[in-house]
Design a protein around this ligand. Structure first.
Ligand code: AMP
Length: 487
């Protein structure tokens, strides 16, 4: 059944059931469908027959879900952009997407107020783009990953089959909508008739508010990055009495530390903990494993599990041939969940995507190996890092630093604790137009200027000013030698 029909069905069966809760605000299934129909009618009239992406800008407002569904009901993929993205980068995303409309929650509320039926025969189908997510690009330009309805449907069907979600579950939505892990709670939640419970940035910033919100949430399915669970686990009362109904914790997006699982199993007896893995280019997640006491006792680091049905994940060596079990190589994903590529970038698409055994395949850029029939992710082959769950190409930060008038050159590195990135540090060679003042004042000035170009989570916390970079024999900045200076 079409994803939109699966959601509409709940609006007919349980129109008063809550589809979304965000702070003091809530949206029923009836309203979600009625409003998204009305918005779709408006978009069909305004944009005519084209299929240009529609940018939907906001944080966790209930209108955003109306915006996403409204766009696809009118045949347009949506591009979620969080308010954490500065104006300059938003402008680039709008231009790169070729979007003719940027919708804010207020606009969506106004445009969807009157009940108007959705246009007929317009919605996104099959191989057409359903959403486009802009991720960090190594040259400083965000790149748009195109995900089709067919891609998303494969993912949703797998999730629903694997987890036997009960009707009317509550799904925790903490991850920003710009990060596809959010579809593990929003899309999975809506097709299974559940309630999506959003935690907003402003709630996370104030621990008392965060835990009050969680205690009031009634969450049954927890979806987040491991980093967020780690933040919660620092609070002693984050345990069964706070979330009495929680049945499962689903993690994705970064390494799941065994200590996090151990604490969750202890504090939430009876709940399952799942590790899932996958890049945005392969639609949210591609592998999974339930991490129980046995898996926990046996493996450290933890495995990422097995691929979803219909997907091949060979581990290839530098010669392009599969490596024997136990040996390290690149993780490849081939299957119906693999994106058609990057929007408007055939060059980048050709580099990362290829055909394998008649299926579309993607070079993940992750080192991996197989052991006991399970896959393990052994880190990146390139300069992409995960910082508190955010995917960042260090080259993106460097290119945006170099674009500042006072910067001649820059190398950005993650500062690690037990192998996990904690924050970013930038080594900077200043140019003639360097900001004046002490190193501290200069660092502040650069951080402020950079913050106008990239989201705040990409701004280095520490700036180190140097005259030259140490060089490798082939004339590149020696990142290893610089990293040693941070140790
Ligand atoms: P994103 O496209 O933001 O989902 O980031 C995908 C990348 O995050 C992968 O290529 C991995 O490097 C990393 N990643 C995602 N899930 C996991 C996991 N469960 N364990 C280890 N790394 C992960």
């Amino acid at each position: 059944m079409h994803l939109l029909d699966r959601i509409d069905r709940w609006a007919r069966r349980a129109p008063e059931r809550l589809a979304h809760i965000s702070g003091e605000r809530a949206l029923t299934y009836g309203e979600l469908v009625r409003r998204s129909d009305a918005l779709a009618a408006y978009l069909a009239e305004t944009l005519g027959g084209d299929h240009t992406p529609v940018v939907v800008l906001g944080h966790k407002e209930p209108e955003l879900l109306v915006g996403y569904l409204g766009a696809v009901k009118a045949g347009h993929p949506y591009v979620p952009v969080d308010t954490i993205v500065p104006a300059q980068r938003l402008e680039r995303i709008v231009a790169l997407a070729g979007a003719r409309l940027v919708l804010t929650p207020d606009q969506i509320a106004a445009l969807s107020a009157d009940p108007v039926p959705a246009p007929r025969g317009r919605r996104v189908e099959g191989e057409a783009p359903y959403y486009i997510l802009f991720t960090s690009g190594s040259t400083g330009e965000p790149k748009g990953v195109v995900i089709t309805l067919a891609n998303l449907t494969v993912f949703l069907d797998w999730m629903v089959a694997e987890h036997d979600f009960a009707e009317a579950e509550t799904f925790l939505n903490q991850v920003p909508y710009t990060f596809d892990v959010s579809l593990m709670d929003t899309a999975v939640g809506l097709v299974s008739g559940g309630t999506v419970f959003s935690i907003r940035r402003e709630d996370v910033a104030v621990p008392k508010r965060l835990f009050q919100a969680l205690a009031a949430s009634n969450v049954t399915t927890w979806v987040s990055t491991p980093s967020f669970a780690q933040v919660c686990l620092a609070e002693r009362t984050f345990a069964r009495p706070m979330l009495p109904r929680v049945r499962r914790f689903l993690f994705c997006g970064e390494v799941l530390p065994p200590q996090v699982v151990a604490q969750l199993l202890e504090r939430f007896p009876g709940a399952e903990v799942w590790n899932t893995y996958g890049p945005t280019e392969c639609t949210v997640a591609t592998t999974s494993i339930k991490v129980d006491h046995e898996v926990l006792a046996r493996y450290s680091p933890l495995p990422i599990g097995r691929p979803m049905p219909g997907v091949q994940m060979p581990i290839l060596g530098p010669d392009g041939a599969p490596v024997p079990p136990g040996e390290r190589g690149e993780i490849i994903i081939a299957g119906p969940n693999v994106s058609p590529g990057y929007l408007g970038r055939p060059d980048l698409t050709a580099r990362a995507f290829f055909e394998l055994g008649g299926q579309r395949a993607y070079h993940t850029g992750d080192w991996g190996h197989e052991q006991d029939g399970l896959l393990f992710c052994d880190g990146r082959m390139d300069n992409q890092v995960k910082l508190h769950g955010y995917r960042i190409e260090l080259g993106d930060v460097e290119a945006n630093l170099r674009a500042l008038p006072g910067v001649q050159d820059a190398v950005v590195l993650p500062v690690l604790k037990e192998g996990v990135a904690q924050w970013l540090a930038a080594f900077v060679i200043l140019g003639p137009q360097a900001p004046p003042g002490s190193d501290f004042a200069r660092a502040q000035a650069l951080a402020a200027q950079l913050g106008e170009r990239v989201p705040s989570y990409m701004v280095p916390r520490r700036f180190l000013f140097v005259d030259t970079f140490p060089m490798t024999p082939n004339g590149k900045a020696d990142r290893k030698a610089l990293a040693e200076r941070l140790a």
